[in-house]
Design a protein around this ligand. Structure first.
Ligand SMILES: Cc1cc2nc3c(=O)[nH]c(=O)nc-3n(C[C@H](O)[C@H](O)[C@H](O)COP(=O)(O)O)c2cc1C
Length: 340
């Protein structure tokens, strides 16, 4: 168990007299977070929009909407459609560009106190490198997340589907900045481990697993796709087993810190990602259903970590047992009290 409170949100007492203080801090390579509950790019605006709902300063890491070198209008509507267990989106990286972000969005976020992990996307390697050098040395940025996995723009996944292209873009960004780098990968590949290995070889501090799963929703009566762009990215509870599988496969083969994201709604979901091998998690679509989700789940974390018999989040990470009897598939495996 760790000692004193050093960062907001780092040491949390469960509120239960029998449960000790829990050390929530986690490390993703050179990036230290006060706690593992981050919010995912594209689901939390630029932070300011959410401040009326959730104490942003408590969040383990805020990843604002992906920025590109120049402003982008994004795709034509519809841009989001609900599905039976998730959300299909084709926003198309609608954003005001890097200069507007640095001038108008970053100052508020940087002042609020939560680590800011800036998500960047370029149309080619040179644009990724140019974005990284532009942001290098800008105050208030804790790390970069490379969005090499957006299914909704042309060339959005080029670097996330080819291991060598992934290595090359990460290495290029590595040379252009001293900031820690997370490479955000797509699940829409046959072999996620080889792409993650490319990221590790290129010098990434960690990999974020995963972006959305490619999908389509159609109106059969009008014989048309519902999204203006046709295809979109599926998120929410429907993709949790896929995201967990990606975390599992990478954890089994590589020694690189993992941020797990995909379908997290409850504290059980977070614990599943941690146990499977994610050092931190990102809350995405859940923010749309419940803007307080990140704080609510952070509040529930110490009791769950204590229930796992650990005094720190780090001690839970990657403790999945692959030998012996299977876990019971029943109510006793669920806390049941944290459903939104
Ligand atoms: C409306 C919407 C917009 C998104 N925009 C981005 C984005 O700009 N950059 C990015 O890296 N991921 C983006 N994502 C993907 C999420 O960050 C996350 O990886 C994905 O939704 C899976 O997590 P979830 O199931 O918890 O939502 C977006 C997701 C949604 C639903």
């Amino acid at each position: 168990m760790s000692s004193t409170v050093s960062t907001p949100g780092q040491i949390r007492h469960s509120g239960h007299p029998d449960v000790p203080e829990i050390d929530l801090a986690v490390d993703l390579g050179r990036l230290r977070l006060p706690n593992p509950v981050m919010v995912a790019s594209g689901t939390f605006g630029y932070g300011k929009e959410m401040a009326g709902f959730v104490p942003v300063e408590r969040i383990g890491g805020v990843v604002p909407k992906t920025i590109t070198p120049l402003p982008r209008k994004g795709n034509r509507p519809w841009r989001t459609v609900e599905t039976s267990a998730g959300l299909l989106n084709s926003i198309g990286l609608d954003n005001d560009g890097v200069e507007a972000f640095v001038e108008k969005q970053l100052p508020w976020l940087a002042a609020c106190g939560a680590p800011v992990v800036v998500s960047i996307a370029g149309a080619n390697q040179d644009e990724f490198i140019a974005l990284a050098s532009r942001l290098d040395g800008v105050p208030g940025i804790a790390a970069l997340e490379l969005n090499i996995s957006c299914p909704n723009v042309s060339h959005g996944v080029d670097f996330g589907t080819d291991p060598e292209a992934c290595r090359s873009v990460v290495a290029g960004v590595r040379n252009a900045t001293s900031l820690p780098i997370l490479a955000k990968l797509t699940p829409n590949v046959t072999d996620i481990v080889s792409v993650a290995r490319g990221a590790a070889d290129g010098g990434a501090d960690g990999v974020t697993l995963v972006n959305t799963c490619l999908g389509i929703v159609v109106d059969w009566r009008r014989r048309r796709p519902l999204l203006g762009n046709g295809l979109g990215g599926l998120s929410g509870p429907a993709i949790k087993p896929i995201a967990l599988r990606c975390v599992h496969q990478v954890r089994q083969k590589l020694d690189i810190p993992i941020v797990g994201v995909g379908g997290i709604m409850t504290i059980d979901d977070i614990m599943e990602f941690l146990v499977t091998g994610a050092s931190a998690v990102q809350i995405g679509t859940a923010n749309f259903a419940d803007p307080t989700a990140a704080a609510r789940l952070l509040d529930a974390l110490p009791v769950a970590v204590a229930e796992a018999g650990a005094a720190s989040v780090r001690d839970v990470v990657g403790t999945l047992r692959l030998d012996g009897p299977q876990a019971t598939c029943g109510e006793e495996n669920k806390r049941g009290d944290e459903t939104p």
